[in-house]
Design a protein around this ligand. Structure first.
Ligand SMILES: O=C(O)c1cc(C(=O)O)c2c(n1)C(=O)C(=O)c1cc(C(=O)O)[nH]c1-2
Length: 258
C-alpha cells in the first residue's frame, strides 16, 4: 500500500473521472473553506465582541500555547519527510519564526516566546503557561491530531494542511483591532505576536498555496484531496476552539479562577 492510499476517515473518497478544475477555480474552492474557519466559532465571536472575562481569555491563551509549541514540531516533521531541498530551504524559516534563533550575531526570540509574553500580558505567569497545567485534554487531542497528520501523511499533504493560514491574517487583525478597546486591561506589548504573524502568515501562505496549486493541481483527484485536507485542518482548529469553550464555560460556573 502506498502512503497516499492510507485510509483516513477525514478524507473523502476521490473521484478520478472528473476533469481538473482550472488553477483559478481550484484556488477559489480552497478559499471557499474560509466560511468554516474558526473565526466563525462562538468563542472567537464572543472574544471579538468583548464578551469574555479575564479568566476566559487566560484559558484561551493557555490552551492555544499547545498549538504554538506544536507548530515547529509539525514543521520539523515536514522537513524530515521531504526530499526536496528547495522546499526545505523555504520551509525551515517557519521553525525559526516560532522557536527563534541566535545565529552569527543575529537573534530573535521567536513566536513561542512572544506567545508567553501575551500570556503575561493577560495576567498569567510564565510557569502557568509553560507547565500546561491549565490546558484541556480535548485541546491536546485536537493539536496532536495535526502533528500526527504531518508525521504520518506524505509531506505534500502536510504542506496543504498549513493552508488555514490563508485565513489567519484576518483573525490576527481582528484581535489587534478589537482587543485594545474591548479588553483595555491587556498590555499592548502583549499583542506583538499577532502583529508579527500578519507578515509571517502572508509569506508562508504564498509559498504553501503556490506549492499546493502546482502539485495538487495535476488532476481532479489530487485537487479534491487538497480541499479535503484543508477541511481536516479547519476541523482541527474548530475542535480546539470547542475544547477551550467548554473549559472556559466550566470555569465561569464553578471556578477555580486562575
Ligand atoms: O491565531 C490563529 O487563529 C491562528 C491560526 C492558524 C491557522 O489558521 O492554522 C495559525 C496561527 N494562528 C499561527 O499563529 C501560526 O503561527 C500558524 C502556523 C500554522 C500552520 O498550520 O503551520 N497555522 C497557524
Amino acid at each position: 500500500m502506498q502512503p497516499n492510499d492510507i485510509p483516513t476517515p477525514h478524507l473523502a473518497t476521490l473521484n478520478t473521472t472528473e476533469p481538473p478544475l482550472s488553477r483559478e477555480e481550484f484556488e477559489a474552492r480552497l478559499r471557499e473553506k474560509g466560511t468554516s474557519y474558526h473565526i466563525h466559532h462562538p468563542i472567537h465571536k464572543m472574544m471579538a465582541d468583548g464578551q469574555l472575562t479575564q479568566a476566559q481569555i487566560q484559558r484561551w491563551v493557555a490552551n492555544r500555547y499547545l498549538y504554538q509549541v506544536a507548530i515547529p514540531v509539525k514543521d520539523a516533521n515536514i522537513l524530515a519527510n521531504c526530499p526536496d531541498r528547495e522546499l526545505r530551504r523555504e520551509w525551515i524559516q517557519r521553525i525559526l519564526d516560532h522557536d527563534g534563533y541566535a545565529i552569527g550575531g543575529q537573534q530573535d526570540d521567536g513566536g513561542i516566546e512572544a506567545w508567553i509574553h501575551l500570556g503575561e500580558a493577560v495576567g498569567l505567569t510564565r510557569e502557568d503557561i509553560m507547565s500546561e497545567r491549565l490546558v484541556s485534554p480535548a485541546a491536546r487531542f485536537a493539536v496532536d491530531a495535526y502533528v500526527n497528520f504531518a508525521r504520518s501523511r506524505p509531506w505534500q499533504d502536510a504542506v496543504a494542511s498549513s493552508l488555514t493560514e490563508l485565513f489567519a491574517p484576518h483573525i490576527h487583525q481582528q484581535r489587534l483591532d478589537t482587543w485594545p478597546d474591548k479588553y483595555p486591561w491587556i498590555q499592548s506589548e502583549g499583542l506583538q505576536y499577532f502583529r508579527n504573524r500578519l507578515t509571517q502568515a502572508r509569506r508562508d501562505v504564498a509559498h504553501g498555496l503556490r506549492f499546493t496549486l502546482d502539485y495538487f493541481g495535476q488532476n481532479r483527484a489530487l485537487q479534491q484531496r487538497a480541499i479535503d485536507i484543508l477541511q481536516f485542518k479547519i476541523d482541527v482548529l474548530w475542535s480546539l476552539a470547542d475544547a477551550i469553550m467548554l473549559q472556559t464555560c466550566d470555569i465561569e460556573i464553578k471556578g477555580p479562577k486562575v
